[in-house]
Design a protein around this ligand. Structure first.
Ligand code: ADP
Ligand code: MG
Length: 267
């Protein structure tokens, strides 16, 4: 564990860090998100659960601006993500505006997506150097601290293919953190791992959840992990939040029949 706290976010005061306002997203005839309102407060750990195809990944992809909403707005830390306020009128944002707002967001994918031709250290320093303008030395110092944090301080010079899936995913977590995002998006980050490697990755994420003030928005089928780290759990069904609350409530006394069915299928 690094001695210096790797994340000190300016505003961990319970203000809204993410806000979806009446967001609709369609793929052809398929309305995946339907007039969705949804928010995550700064510093909180929110978990999205729900059946496959209910729109969980779509939410994260909208936040990464990999796709755009058909209707509605998304705000991150008070700024519109894909819109700009020009003299009181809301217009589609330019690339530069969107890129600035998106810097506040880091994402870890199911399939690690490391750069295969780069050693571990460079996988982590690449974006801080090229996007944030850190010097190579500063970026490497930060990368080494983060590799210690994820328990891979001795793997700086390895190539991704020389690592296990669990180790690769821990590098991907360090890479996301190196950008000092205010919020980290985690989309089923252990689903592609061999079962014996899942616990190591979840332990790292638990550690980050408990020792930093970074906001987390997780999609996971690991219900005991969700119970451990979540401040709030959102149950999704067909693009709507049908039930939300603290994990004790959602997992022990769900109100909706759909939530009960879903939990009995996955628990
Ligand atoms: N790029 C896409 N093109 C067409 N349909 C998509 C695309 N991405 C997602 N979908 C559809 O949107 C729905 C929700 O998908 P997704 O958000 O991935 O669900 P989840 O992550 O909850 O399993 C599914 O019906 C899926 O087939
Ligand atoms: Mg998904």
């Amino acid at each position: 564990m690094a001695t210096e706290t790797p994340h000190t976010n300016p505003a961990v005061d319970g203000s809204e860090l993410i806000r979806f306002d009446r967001v609709t997203k369609r793929f052809g005839e398929n309305t995946v998100l339907d007039d969705l309102d949804f928010s995550v407060s700064s510093g909180k750990h929110v978990t999205l659960i729900g059946p496959s195809g209910s729109g969980k990944t779509t939410i994260l992809r909208l936040l990464m601006t990999l796709i755009k909403p058909d209707q509605g707005t998304i705000k991150v830390d008070g700024d519109y993500l894909t819109h700009e306020d020009r003299g009181g009128k809301l217009v589609e944002a330019g690339e530069k505006h969107t890129r600035e707002v998106r810097k506040k967001i880091g994402m870890v994918f199911q399939q690690f997506n490391l750069f295969p031709n780069m050693r571990v250290l460079r996988n982590i320093t690449e974006a801080p150097v090229h996007v944030l303008g850190l010097s190579k030395d500063e970026a490497e110092e930060r990368a080494r601290e983060l590799l210690d944090l994820v328990g891979l301080g001795d793997k700086c010079d390895a190539y991704p293919t020389q690592l296990s899936g669990g180790q690769q995913q821990r590098v991907a977590i360090a890479r996301a953190l190196a950008m000092r995002p205010q919020v980290m998006l985690l989309d089923e980050v252990t689903s592609a791992l061999d079962p014996e490697l899942v616990a190591g990755v979840l332990d790292v994420l638990r550690d980050i959840a408990h020792t930093t003030d970074i906001t987390m928005l997780c999609v996971t089928h690991e219900m005991s992990f969700a119970r451990d780290i979540s401040d709030e759990v959102f149950m999704f069904d067909s693009g709507r939040v049908i039930e939300a609350g603290p994990p004790e409530k959602i997992f022990s006394e769900p109100e909706h029949e759909r939530t009960r069915e879903f939990l009995s299928a996955v628990l």
